[in-house]
Design a protein around this ligand. Sequence first.
Ligand code: GTP
Ligand code: MG
Length: 484
Amino acid sequence: MTLKIPDIADKKLPRALLVSLQLPGVSDQEHAASLAELGRLVHTLGMEVVESISQKRSSPAAGSVVGDGKLKEIARWTGGTGIVTANKPVVRTKAGVHKRPEDEEIEDLAEGDEAADDLDHDFADDSQEKKHDPSAPLPEAERVQFVVFDNELTPTQLRNLGAALGVDVLDRTGVIVEIFYRHAKTPAARAQVEIARLTYLAPRIRVTGAGERQGGGIGAKGVGETAHELESRRIRDKIAALRREIEAINKDQALRRARRSEHLKVALVGYTNAGKSSLMRALTKSEVLVADRLFATLDTTVRVMHPETKPRILISDTVGFIKKLPHDLVASFRSTLDEALDASLLMFIVDASDPAFRSQLETTKKVLGEIGANHADTLLVLNKVDMLSQLEIAALKREFNDPVFLSTKDKDSVGALHQLIQSHFEHNMIEAGIFVPYAKSAATAEIHATMRVLSEEHDDEGTRLTVKCFEPDLDRIKKQFKLD
Ligand SMILES: Nc1nc2c(ncn2[C@@H]2O[C@H](COP(=O)(O)OP(=O)(O)OP(=O)(O)O)[C@@H](O)[C@H]2O)c(=O)[nH]1
Ligand SMILES: [Mg+2]
């Protein structure tokens, strides 16, 4: 049930064209950043981005998002008609021939497009010489197999555009859902993504009515209408089953979490590709996946900070955030993030070398707020400083009032952060003296396991220890071993 896109390892990548509307209130810079990010998402999905086309409009055209003229321009890249017909849309057959099916209907046709087209404006350098005949389709070899819109498309728009362009059409949400689907590894993540995916796909699927509908997926079109209700019910049942599955997994995870609850926990949160997993690796000497692609991590992993501290500190790596994260995905990743959310310290990791990092930080905070993360302790870490000049670092220092600078590639800065995490917790620790009679020497072992022992003296009756610890730990051990 996936798109037929070969892996990045394959030599010949499918070609994609990006399309974006710049609506009022969106600055040129924001618009360009969003488009660049879409390019990275599409690349992560294994496609080659060959061109991007933008249009300024006061609002999206109802039926086709872009205006008629722009749609024709896009169609040059696909070999489609570029026309959204009021009566019968065109669909692609297996042989690539275009025909008008009898049973298709078209809704939401664009109105007043002429007026909107007056606002047409190209941002990309798509005005190369090859466009000497603006209406002629490009040669076969130069065409694209996918058109990806940065704006969210309604199911009708998706269908209309697919018909007018004759290739697979995706929107940003579709791309993100598909990436999540491919990267999800554990049963919990797979089930969560599958729910988001089915919810996204349900209104967009046109049922074939012919046998088992395993195929299709995002961009599926040109198939029959029959058994629509049956399919809807099948999807609803599947979602219900997945929810039950997640509930069972959650119970199991809650148990494990409870077992870990007495530990100190730090959660690494932040925008996708900020370097959370790289930091996790560096801080815990573990082999979590690090990759220069978006949404490399979809599961929360928990590891002990290394070199080990007393008491031990656990670090958790989490799924990254992104702008316009589909709402269902936020909801479905709630439980994955729960692990992180009950951490005592939230570390916001940002890629300081990305010019858009301020708005990425805002997005991260906003999504965390939406899922109810209210943490007393947070720490801002500006990562990838190896990519910055001294001048830029000095400016950030002033702007963020002495933030933590980090390069996960630099041992010293990772070591300094390790120290900082340790002292953060130490802030709440107390120094105490405990006397353990020899008859209760099991307590000494427990003290060593959970507390930092500053000094230890033996006399005739027992051991006298000075420890640095958390008060609840001290109370627990005293009670457990009936110490004075
Ligand atoms: N130059 C530089 N690159 C870094 C640094 N830290 C991480 N990277 C690179 O940034 C990319 C993303 O790193 P990850 O650790 O996978 O990022 P992430 O935040 O876990 O990303 P998601 O799992 O997608 O949310 C990788 O190519 C890393 O090698 C750094 O300090 N400097
Ligand atoms: Mg990661």
